[in-house]
Design a protein around this ligand. Structure first.
Ligand SMILES: NC(=O)CC[C@H](N)C(=O)O
Length: 429
C-alpha cells in the first residue's frame, strides 16, 4: 500500500531550535523544493545541497496513512493512541496530568509550549497518563518563578513521548475534517512506515476500560484546599458535608474546590461497591472525570444506578456520561470532541453564557433521557448537552470541567450548588 509522506518543515521556525544554524534564505528555498519532491530520501537524485542538521527523528503515523516527521523530546520508543487537539493557550502541565487523556496524544494548537517549564503545584494527578504530546514549537528557554524543571526533562522522567517541529495546524485541520484519528508515534528507525500504519489501524480506543488503569486502588481522605492566595470564590457553607468521590481518573482541582467549599472528602476507587459507599453515610457522592468510552465500564454505570435517589450526586465529565447512562440515556462518540479552555456554554437556568474548560470525546444524547431530566447547560459551539439535572433524585452533572485547571473559572459556583443540594437533602431527611 502507498503511504503518503507529509513534509512538516517550515523554515521560519528554524530560529526556535537549539544548537542549529539559522538557514540562509537560498538554502531554505532549496530545502522546501527538495522536501516536496518524492524523488529521493537522501537528496542524491535531486542534486540539491544537504541540510547541515537532522530535521526529524520521530514519525507520527496516522491511521489515514499520513506520516508526519518531527523532532522528538521526552521519552523515546513507540506508542499508539488517539490524537486529539487542545485549544488551551496555557496550562500544559495540568493537561499532561489530567488522567482523562489516558490513551490519547494531545496536540496543542497553541504553537509555543514549554516556556514556563513545570512546577510542584500544577499537578492534576499522581502521574502523566496520556500517550504523548504533539506541539509545534518547543520553547528553547524556560522561565517562571515557580519553575522547577524543563518540560523535556519532565516528560523524559515520566516516560512520556513528545514531538515538536510538526505542522500542528495541518494535523488539526485533518482531525476537524475527518474526526479523531488513531496514530502511532515512534522514534525507532527499525520500524517501517507500513508497520507503524498497521499498528495504528489495529488499535482502537472505543470499548476499552481505561479507568481501571488510572483510578486509585484504595480509599483515602483528601484535605488540601485551593491555596487561599489564589482562591476567589468559595466562602464555605459553615457546615461540613461529607462527600464520597469516585475516582475514575479524578483531577486534584475537583477535590481542592470541594474542600474549599467546606467538604470532607473520601476518595474511593472506581470499583468501590455502592453498598460500601452508603455505609460511609455520605451527604453526597461525586462521580469524577475519567478517560475513554463510558460504554466500556458497565460496572461503573451499575454503581451509579445503585446510588441514585439515595444520596445527592454530582457527575463531572465521565461522571456526567455515566449518570446519563444510569438514567437510561445513551452516549455517543463525537467527531473530534471538545478539548480546550475556551468553550462557551449556556447556563440555561440562569440564562447566561459561561466560558468553560472542556475535555471529552463522548457526549450524552439528551433525546434519549427520560422525562424529568433537564438539560441545564448547552455547548454553544455545537449545541451538544453540557449539563443535566434531575431534581427529583437530587442529581446534577456537567459535561465539562468547572474546576478548570487549566481554564476559566466561570462555572466554579456549581460546587456551591452541590453543597446546597446536600444541605437541602439533609434538611428534608
Ligand atoms: N474528561 C473526561 O472525563 C472525559 C470523559 C470521556 N473520557 C470522554 O472522552 O468523553
Amino acid at each position: 500500500m502507498e503511504v503518503a509522506v507529509t513534509n512538516t518543515w517550515k523554515s521560519n521556525f528554524a530560529s526556535t531550535l537549539t544548537n542549529i544554524p539559522k538557514p540562509k534564505k537560498a538554502a531554505v528555498r532549496i530545502f522546501t523544493v527538495r522536501c516536496s519532491s518524492p524523488v529521493s530520501s537522501d537528496g542524491a537524485a535531486t542534486g540539491l545541497a544537504e541540510r547541515p542538521w537532522k530535521t526529524s527523528d520521530a514519525r507520527l503515523v496516522l491511521e489515514d496513512g499520513s506520516i508526519w516527521r518531527a523532532k522528538s523530546f521526552g521519552a523515546t520508543g513507540t506508542q499508539v493512541g488517539e490524537v486529539v487537539f487542545n485549544t488551551s493557550l496555557t496550562g500544559y502541565q495540568e493537561i499532561l496530568t489530567d488522567p482523562s487523556y489516558a490513551g490519547q496524544f494531545v496536540l496543542m494548537t497553541n504553537p509555543h509550549i514549554g516556556n514556563t517549564g513545570v512546577n510542584f503545584d500544577d499537578e492534576e494527578s499522581r502521574q502523566c497518563f496520556l500517550a504523548g504530546l504533539v506541539i509545534r514549537s518547543l520553547s528553547i528557554s524556560t522561565s517562571n518563578w515557580r519553575c522547577t524543571k524543563t518540560l523535556g526533562d519532565y516528560l523524559a522522567e515520566r516516560n512520556i513521548m513528545g514531538i515538536y517541529d510538526v505542522d500542528t495546524r495541518a494535523i488539526t485541520r485533518r482531525l476537524r475534517q475527518d474526526g479523531s484519528l488513531i496514530g502511532v508515534l515512534s522514534t525507532e528507525d527499525s520500524k517501517t512506515d507500513e508497520e507503524l500504519l498497521q499498528m495504528s489501524k489495529s488499535w482502537d480506543i472505543v470499548g476499552v476500560d481505561l479507568i481501571s488503569d488510572v483510578s486509585c486502588t484504595s480509599p483515602y481522605e483528601w484535605v488540601d484546599q485551593t491555596n487561599p492566595e489564589w482562591d476567589f470564590n468559595s466562602e464555605g457553607s459553615g457546615e461540613v458535608y461529607h462527600v464520597v468521590a469516585y475516582d475514575f481518573g479524578i483531577k486534584h482541582n475537583i477535590l481542592r474546590r470541594l474542600a474549599s467549599y467546606g467538604c470532607k472528602i473520601t476518595v474511593v476507587p472506581s470499583k468501590w461497591p455502592a453498598l460500601e459507599t452508603l455505609k460511609l453515610k455520605p451527604d453526597g457522592v461525586l462521580f469524577s472525570n475519567g478517560p475513554g468510552d463510558p460504554s466500556a465500564v458497565p460496572y461503573a454505570v451499575q454503581t451509579v444506578k445503585e446510588l441514585l435517589g439515595k444520596v445527592p450526586v454530582f457527575g463531572i465529565c465521565m461522571g456526567h456520561q455515566l449518570l446519563g447512562q444510569a438514567l437510561g440515556g445513551k452516549t455517543f462518540k463525537m467527531k473530534f470532541g471538545h478539548h480546550g479552555g475556551n468553550h462557551p456554554v449556556r447556563n440555561v437556568r440562569q440564562n447566561r453564557v459561561e466560558i468553560s474548560a472542556q475535555n471529552h470525546n463522548y457526549a450524552v444524547d439528551p433525546a434519549s433521557l427520560p422525562e424529568g431530566v433537564e438539560v441545564t447547560y448547552i455547548n454553544l459551539n455545537d449545541g451538544s448537552c453540557a449539563g443535566l439535572a434531575y431534581p427529583a433524585l437530587n442529581i446534577m452533572s456537567l459535561q465539562y470541567h468547572p474546576e478548570a485547571s487549566p481554564g476559566p473559572h466561570d462555572s466554579d459556583m456549581v460546587f456551591g450548588e452541590f453543597v446546597d443540594l446536600m444541605k437541602q437533602a439533609k434538611q428534608k431527611a
